[in-house]
Write a new protein. Structure first.
Length: 369
C-alpha cells in the first residue's frame, strides 16, 4: 500500500464547503490586502499564544527577518542560533548583513543546546534565535536567563510549533518575538506562503507593522526602508476556517506519534523522538527517527512507496553558502551526526490506521534487515 508523507487534499475535502465560502467572501468584498480576515486572524493567533499583538506577514521567513530588524540587528552584528534547522533560521541573519553564530544541538530534542549559549555571546551579539524544531519547544528557561543577563532580545523560531507548550506556556510567547509559518505542510497551513509575528511589546508590534509595509507610518510616509511582506487576505480567510481544528489535528499527530513510539520500542539501531518533561504539548509537526542505517531504510521506504523525507541532510556549518564563516564540522558533532541519521515518516492527522500500520511494518522490516 502506498502511503503519502502528507495529503492536504484530505484536509481540504473535510472543510471544502467552509473553505470555498471563505475564498468567495474575499472575492466579493475585494479587500485583498490587509483585509478584515487578516486583522481577525492576527487577533486569534495572538490570543492562542497568550500575547496581545499579532502581525501577519508574507511568510515564516519574513516573520524572522522582520523580527530581527525590529530587534535592531544590523550589518556586522552577530545572531546566535541553532546549527540544525530549515535554512531560513540562518539565512535571514545573513540577509541583514549580520553573522549567524551556530550552536550545536541536543541529541534527543534536535534543539539548540542551552549549555553552549553563554560561551557563544560576544560584544557583537545582538539577538538569540532558538528554534522549536519538529514541534517541540526548546528549553527556554536557561535561554531566557542568559538573554536577560546580557540584555539580548530572543526571537523564537516557532515555524513548526504553533500551539506547542513549554511548561504550560505557548510557543512564541516566551521570548520577545514569536515567529510562525503557515506553509502548507505546517500544522496550521495555508494554500501558499504566509507567516505571523507575535509579541507582547507594543513598540515592537508597531515597528513590525511598519516594516511589513515598506517602513511606512502613516501611509506614504517612511521612517525606514522596510519590505513588501503582508499576509494575503485570501490566506487569512482560509486559515481562519482551519484554526478551530488546530487542537484536534495536533492531538491526532500526538496519537500517531505515541503509536509509532510504542511499535518501535526496542528496535535495535532505531531511536524514536524524546519528549522532555518541560514539553507539556509537543505537536509533532514531524515524527523524526534516527538510524545509522538511515540511507538503507529510506531506500526501502521509497521502494515500498511510503512517504518519507530527510529534515535536514546538511547542518548549517556544512552549507556551501556559509563556508566563508570558517566553521569546522568537529565543533558540531551532534548536528552533523544527526544530519546523517535523521528521517521523518508520515504523521499528518488524516493518516489512517491501515496506512500507519503499513509504515510500522515497513520500518520494522527494514530496521531488522
Amino acid at each position: 500500500m502506498a502511503v503519502p508523507l502528507l495529503d492536504l487534499h484530505r484536509q481540504y475535502s473535510a472543510l471544502k464547503e467552509e473553505m470555498d465560502k471563505a475564498v468567495l467572501d474575499v472575492l466579493e468584498h475585494g479587500r485583498f490586502i490587509l483585509g478584515p480576515e487578516v486583522q481577525k486572524l492576527e487577533g486569534e493567533i495572538a490570543q492562542l499564544c497568550g500575547v496581545p499583538y499579532g502581525i501577519g506577514v508574507a511568510s515564516g521567513t519574513d516573520a524572522l527577518l522582520i523580527a530581527l530588524r525590529a530587534a535592531g540587528v544590523e550589518p556586522g552584528d552577530e545572531v546566535v542560533t541553532s546549527d540544525f534547522s530549515f535554512f531560513a533560521s540562518a539565512g535571514v541573519v545573513s540577509r541583514l548583513g549580520a553573522k549567524p553564530v551556530f550552536l550545536d544541538i541536543e541529541p534527543d530534542t534536535f534543539n539548540l543546546d542551552p549549555t553552549l549559549l553563554e560561551a557563544a555571546i560576544t560584544s557583537k551579539t545582538k539577538a538569540i534565535v532558538p528554534v522549536h524544531l519538529f514541534g517541540q519547544v526548546a528549553d527556554m528557561d536557561p535561554i531566557m536567563e542568559i538573554a536577560d543577563k546580557h540584555g539580548l532580545p530572543v526571537i523564537e523560531d516557532a515555524a513548526q510549533a504553533i500551539g506547542s507548550e513549554y511548561k504550560g506556556r505557548k510557543a512564541g510567547s516566551i521570548g520577545h518575538f514569536g515567529c510562525f509559518s503557515f506553509y502548507p505542510s505546517k500544522n496550521l497551513g495555508g494554500a501558499g506562503d504566509g507567516g505571523m509575528i507575535v509579541t507582547a511589546d507594543e513598540s515592537y508590534a508597531d515597528l513590525c507593522r511598519s516594516l511589513r509595509a515598506h517602513g511606512e507610518k502613516p501611509k506614504y510616509y517612511h521612517r525606514t526602508v522596510g519590505y513588501n511582506s503582508r499576509l494575503d487576505t485570501m490566506q487569512a480567510a482560509m486559515l481562519l476556517v482551519k484554526l478551530p481544528h488546530l487542537q484536534n489535528w495536533s492531538e491526532a499527530r500526538i496519537r500517531h506519534a505515541h503509536e509509532y513510539t510504542h511499535a518501535f520500542a526496542g528496535l535495535e539501531g532505531l531511536t524514536t523522538p524524546t519528549i522532555k518533561e518541560y514539553s507539556t504539548f509537543h505537536i509533532f509537526n514531524q515524527y523524526t527517527l534516527l538510524s545509522p542505517h538511515r540511507d538503507r531504510i529510506v531506500k526501502g521506504l521509497a521502494e515500498r512507496k511510503i512517504g518519507h523525507c530527510i529534515y535536514y541532510p546538511l547542518a548549517f556549518d556544512r552549507q556551501e553558502c556559509f563556508a566563508d564563516l570558517g566553521y569546522k564540522a568537529e565543533n558540531f558533532p551532534v548536528s552533523n551526526r544527526l544530519a546523517r541519521e535523521v528521517f521523518s515518516i508520515p504523521i499528518f492527522p488524516e493518516l489512517t490506521g491501515d496506512e500507519q500500520q503499513e509504515v510500522i511494518d515497513a520500518i520494522k522490516s527494514l530496521a531488522a534487515a
